[in-house]
Design a protein around this ligand. Structure first.
Ligand SMILES: [Zn+2]
Length: 241
């Protein structure tokens, strides 16, 4: 996995780089970015429980998918009905108690963008099934730092409560929980349940655990590294549930 992404990175960055002087510039490697935890956000210090499901989360090539600059900015689909936007905003506010989140009006600048749009069908074995929601992230370079950005698609075909439950779950991914719980009482349970749970103590303890993990996101590239980042995005990773 890490090797595959490093390869994509090398290909994507080798072409558009502006060579300074007359020499070719070596492609940037993820190893050129420090790998260490950020300070734990103040708002997560109280979220402590004995139990969490951090050991069930997936590894990514860049480490933990944590935010290190707050507030995390969120954009809602401007073409969606205002009632939908305010219903979804109430879900953002639920997570906002634990990490500073702020709604903004420009999609380009937002850390997390939320569209009321049908996700592409999901492949299950030989079949395709309609998906209620999809979350994906993209990595990019900006100001010599490796950054990330999340996109959430919420199908307009679902009712308010289901859409809110889906967003509550997808926001958990977008805030850093890249994986699932094995308990139906957690928001990050891997399957939809009839009575969608609210954010649990286990969800919060897991979120805190994630923010204590090392990452390459948000750290400036080592100044002595051979490559030099461009603004180009080079990797998108999707998750269907
Ligand atoms: Zn999920």
């Amino acid at each position: 996995m890490a090797a595959a992404i490093a390869l994509v990175l090398a290909i994507a960055l080798a072409a558009p780089l502006t060579a300074r002087e007359d020499t070719d510039v070596d492609p940037i490697r993820l190893d050129d970015v420090p790998y260490q935890p950020h300070p734990l956000p103040e708002s997560l210090r109280a979220s402590f429980a004995e139990e969490h499901y951090g050991d069930q989360l997936q590894e990514t090539a860049v480490g933990a998918l944590v935010w290190s600059h707050f507030p995390v900015t969120v954009y809602f689909d401007g073409n969606a009905p205002e009632t939908w936007q305010s219903q979804m905003m109430s879900v953002v506010e639920q997570w906002g108690e634990y990490l500073p989140l702020q709604q903004i009006e420009e999609s380009e600048r937002a850390n997390i963008v939320i569209w009321q749009r049908r996700p592409p069908p999901r492949r299950v074995g030989d079949d395709f099934r309609a998906a209620a929601a999809r979350v994906s992230y993209e990595l990019y370079w900006r100001e010599q730092r490796l950054g990330h950005r999340f996109e959430i698609l919420l199908s307009p075909t679902q009712g308010t409560e289901a859409a809110q439950a889906a967003l509550r779950h997808e926001l958990g991914h977008a805030l850093g929980i890249w994986g699932h719980s094995d308990r139906p009482t957690d928001v990050m349970y891997y399957s939809q349940v009839r009575r969608p749970p609210m954010i649990s103590a286990r969800d919060l303890a897991t979120l805190r655990y994630v923010y204590e993990q090392p990452t390459r996101l948000g750290w400036p590239i080592r100044p002595d590294s051979a490559g030099w980042p461009t603004e180009d995005s080079f990797e998108t990773v999707s998750k269907d549930t």
